[in-house]
Design a protein around this ligand. Structure first.
Ligand SMILES: Nc1ncnc2c1ncn2[C@@H]1O[C@H](COP(=O)(O)OP(=O)(O)O)[C@@H](O)[C@H]1O
Ligand SMILES: [Mg+2]
Length: 253
């Protein structure tokens, strides 16, 4: 579903030195799986996600999504392809002057859906994401978990094949984190969607990821089945993440 091949990306720093945010990164995410990328702050996780949606132009390497080389798409072709990808960020990125239902309707409106179809789709997404009763609420009237549910519903609106999540539970308490992760599992089964989850929290990887890659200073230092990596960590950064007690909650969801 997603193939990242030898991707590198540097940023020129103010001291004129190049910072290798991504250094020869390769990974493969299979269809309908939940893939986690974990690493400390500054490891390059968001840069990788931004590269997948072409917000960053990579210096080297290729990124394929569903057999399309996304790194070579441009203009209208790229814009239309990006409709296949839903994205959720830590900061929700909601439209604060619009209600919950209007936020979820937004991508459908700009894609030219008919009013009737939008209504049906929004109602369905509200139900799936557990937002019933909040249709007319404004984001400021919602809890963090509820805001994240709106962002998830909006990301699902156009029925994407791939969902990207960047630290979506980092601002949430352990109980809300658990509920959101449970929702992601339900969504994966209902929508047959592939998920890439970027996080610095081991609890996220341990509770829902099938596979994981550990990113450290732009390099993948370890990757494999999530359970195996967490049980038998090889790299010092994985051991550190485990030992530091980054767990919000050790229980299963
Ligand atoms: N636009 C940019 N210009 C300069 N440096 C950047 C830019 N974006 C990211 N970086 C640097 O690249 C590194 C990786 O950043 P990022 O991908 O945001 O890490 P993470 O998401 O893992 O915390 C950091 O050292 C960051 O300061
Ligand atoms: Mg980040």
């Amino acid at each position: 579903m997603v193939k990242i091949i030898n991707v590198s990306k540097s940023f020129l720093q103010t001291n004129n030195e190049n910072l290798h945010a991504l250094d020869n990164v390769s990974l493969e995410i299979s269809k309908n799986s939940i893939f986690g990328i974990i690493g400390l702050s500054g490891a390059g996780k968001s840069t990788l996600l931004r590269s997948i949606i072409c917000l960053e132009k990579v210096d080297q390497g290729q990124i394929y999504v569903d057999d399309f080389e996304i790194t070579s798409l441009k203009g209208e072709e790229l814009r239309s392809f990006l409709k296949n990808i839903g994205i959720v960020f830590q900061g929700y990125n909601l439209l604060y002057q619009k209600t919950v239902e209007k936020n979820i309707a937004f991508p459908l409106e700009i894609s030219g859906w008919k009013k009737e179809d939008i209504k049906k789709r929004v109602n369905y997404l509200i139900e799936v994401t557990g937002l019933k009763g909040k249709e007319k609420a404004y984001p400021a009237q919602l809890s963090g978990g509820q805001k994240q549910r709106v962002a998830i519903a909006r990301a699902l609106a156009l029925n994407p094949k791939l969902l990207l999540f960047d630290e979506i539970t980092s601002a949430l308490d352990p109980k809300t984190t658990k509920q959101i992760l449970k929702l992601l599992l339900e969504i994966r089964d209902k929508f047959q969607v592939t998920m890439l989850i970027i996080t610095h929290e081991l609890a996220v990887v341990s509770s829902i990821c099938d596979e994981v890659a550990v990113l450290d200073y732009g390099k993948i230092v370890e990757q494999g089945i999530a359970k195996t990596v967490l049980e038998k960590p090889q790299s010092s950064v994985t051991k550190m993440l485990l030992g530091k007690g980054g767990w919000k909650d050790e229980g299963n969801i």
